[in-house]
Design a protein around this ligand. Structure first.
Ligand code: HEC
Ligand code: HEC
Ligand code: HEC
Length: 405
């Protein structure tokens, strides 16, 4: 029926349409869909759970349904949610990343508004929040905002940086809200701006340090970063956990110019540091047990020399950013948890990796990681069995070894 009506009364081309079209792009760059969609739910209809130390919060329906969505929002009200975290029914919890979106420009906010308002309205009421007192009181958030949120603070635009760098900074800081995951938080869950992008563990993964100096230390160059951010795999390893979804829902839909701008900002216009090759012979001598376990459990997929099989199958370990990272968290967590198979499209699918939680104890995993780090990179600190035990324990507490994960 709708299709028939469409042919009888084709929508007239109005000035609002290009704006809505632009809004669709801004919504992709800002990844609204990731949070406002429940697992297997319809896009933007809300209901994704956000576990917090104070209970569980659910995202809302942002389709223009009058009853259950944002159909009654004026542009001013919409702007207030993005800028000040204020909804018509009170303050929003900072799980809605207004602490980054407040930097989004007015014209982009208006485009977003036009885009959401012309979507088909869908009636859907997400579950009620289950938060403990006093976190369940929205007015308490005014105090949080007063302490930790300064909407007057603008995006730094240092003189001497290119227009491309400035665009990248806007995409990373404001729309992409990359800092929300990659910045450490204080006890009240507020981002620590003195450590912007310095890395933070969430959902059991280390959202690694992505400051220029750290990315260069990992050996990333422009071409590899472009491949990683737009396809999820590269010569230096793959994206996994929430970062895979950022690529899937957001980054791969961005224009080449915008991806290039982000990379210019991320690498700060600088070249990678010199390679830091390891030494596989001395590594085998120093960590014979680690080498033995690598051959027995890992080489079938990652290759005896650690150079991977094919990119589609299993990534190389010899240039791998997770192996080179200053903090070994992800290398250890991947071995413990394994990774699910991923399928982006017909050409880009990859097999998963099994969990070794039951096969390998803490001391053996420590030696395995030490072997890999010594064989294929250098300069990383020695991993101890205590460190592996600590990570295993926290993953266990958070339920990542249950069958659902
Ligand atoms: C990191 C997760 C996340 C992202 C990304 C996100 N949101 Fe939200 N948003 C939430 C959560 C959670 C809430 C509910 C907060 C609350 O109840 O206090 C929310 C609330 C809202 C509300 C208030 C709705 C209401 O019923 O009052 C609007 C409007 C909104 N988001 C729009 C957007 C738009 C537009 C984008 C993209 C530009 C976006 N959100 C991206 C998590 C997110
Ligand atoms: C059945 C094949 C398979 C086996 C066996 C396997 N892996 Fe993997 N591994 C993979 C795949 C596939 C990925 C990438 C998955 C993804 O990102 O979705 C991966 C990812 C990783 C990563 C994360 C780095 C990155 O770039 O993704 C590390 C570290 C790793 N493997 C180490 C090991 C170690 C150590 C062992 C042995 C204890 C091992 N793997 C055994 C297939 C395997
Ligand atoms: C929802 C949380 C989340 C958001 C938002 C997010 N990241 Fe990530 N990111 C992660 C996690 C977790 C990892 C570690 C897993 C991996 O390497 O794939 C990661 C890894 C990365 C890596 C790999 C670095 C390395 O050396 O291995 C890069 C680069 C990166 N993120 C850039 C970005 C950029 C740019 C943005 C904003 C557009 C962004 N991230 C937004 C969670 C996030």
């Amino acid at each position: 029926m709708t299709i028939l009506l469409f042919f009888l009364f084709p929508p007239s081309i109005t000035a609002a349409q290009p704006l809505a079209e632009k809004g669709r792009y801004i919504a992709a760059a800002a990844d609204c869909v990731a949070c406002h969609t429940a697992e297997n739910g319809r896009p933007f209809t809300g209901g994704r759970p956000f576990p917090t130390p104070f209970g569980t919060l659910y995202s809302t329906n942002i389709t223009p349904d009058g009853e259950t969505g944002i159909g009654d929002y004026s542009l001013e009200q919409f702007r207030a949610t993005m800028r000040h975290g204020k909804g018509p029914h009170g303050n929003l919890y900072p799980a809605m990343p207004y602490t980054s979106y407040y930097l989004v420009r007015d014209d982009d906010i208006e485009a977003l508004y036009r885009y959401f308002m012309q979507l088909p309205p869908v009636e859907n009421r997400p579950p009620k929040n289950r938060l403990i007192f006093p976190a369940n009181l929205r007015f308490g958030l005014s105090f949080w905002n007063w302490l930790y949120f300064d909407p007057e603070k603008t995006l730094a635009e240092p003189a001497g940086k290119s227009a491309e760098w400035q665009r990248g900074s806007y995409l990373v800081n404001a729309l992409g809200h990359c800092g929300e995951c990659h910045t450490p938080r204080n006890f009240a869950q507020a981002m620590r701006f003195d450590k912007r992008f310095a890395g933070n563990v969430l959902e059991g993964w280390d959202a690694v340090d992505i400051r220029p100096q750290s990315l260069r230390r990992q050996g990333w160059n422009r071409a590899q970063l472009r491949q990683l951010l737009t396809t999820g795999s590269s010569e230096r390893g793959t994206l996994f956990g929430e970062m895979y979804r950022v690529m899937q829902h957001s980054l791969r839909h961005l224009s080449d110019d915008d991806i290039n701008a982000m990379i210019t900002f991320l690498l700060d216009d600088s070249e990678a540091l010199p390679e830091r090759p390891g030494n596989s012979e001395s590594a085998a001598q120093n960590y014979p047990g680690g080498r033995g376990d690598f051959i027995a459990y890992c080489a079938g997929c990652h290759g005896r020399a650690g150079s991977g099989i094919t990119q589609a199958f299993a990534p190389g370990m010899d240039n791998n950013a997770a192996i080179r990272a200053a903090r070994p968290h992800n290398a250890i967590a991947v071995i413990l948890r394994g990774l699910p198979a991923q399928r982006l499209d017909r050409e880009r699918a990859r097999a998963g990796m099994p969990s070794f939680h039951r096969q390998l104890d803490d001391a053996r995993i420590a030696e395995l990681v030490n072997f890999m780090r010594a064989a294929w990179s250098s300069g990383g600190a020695e991993v101890t069995a205590e460190e592996v035990a600590r990570i295993r324990h926290s993953l266990e507490e958070e339920g990542y070894f249950s069958p659902a994960h």
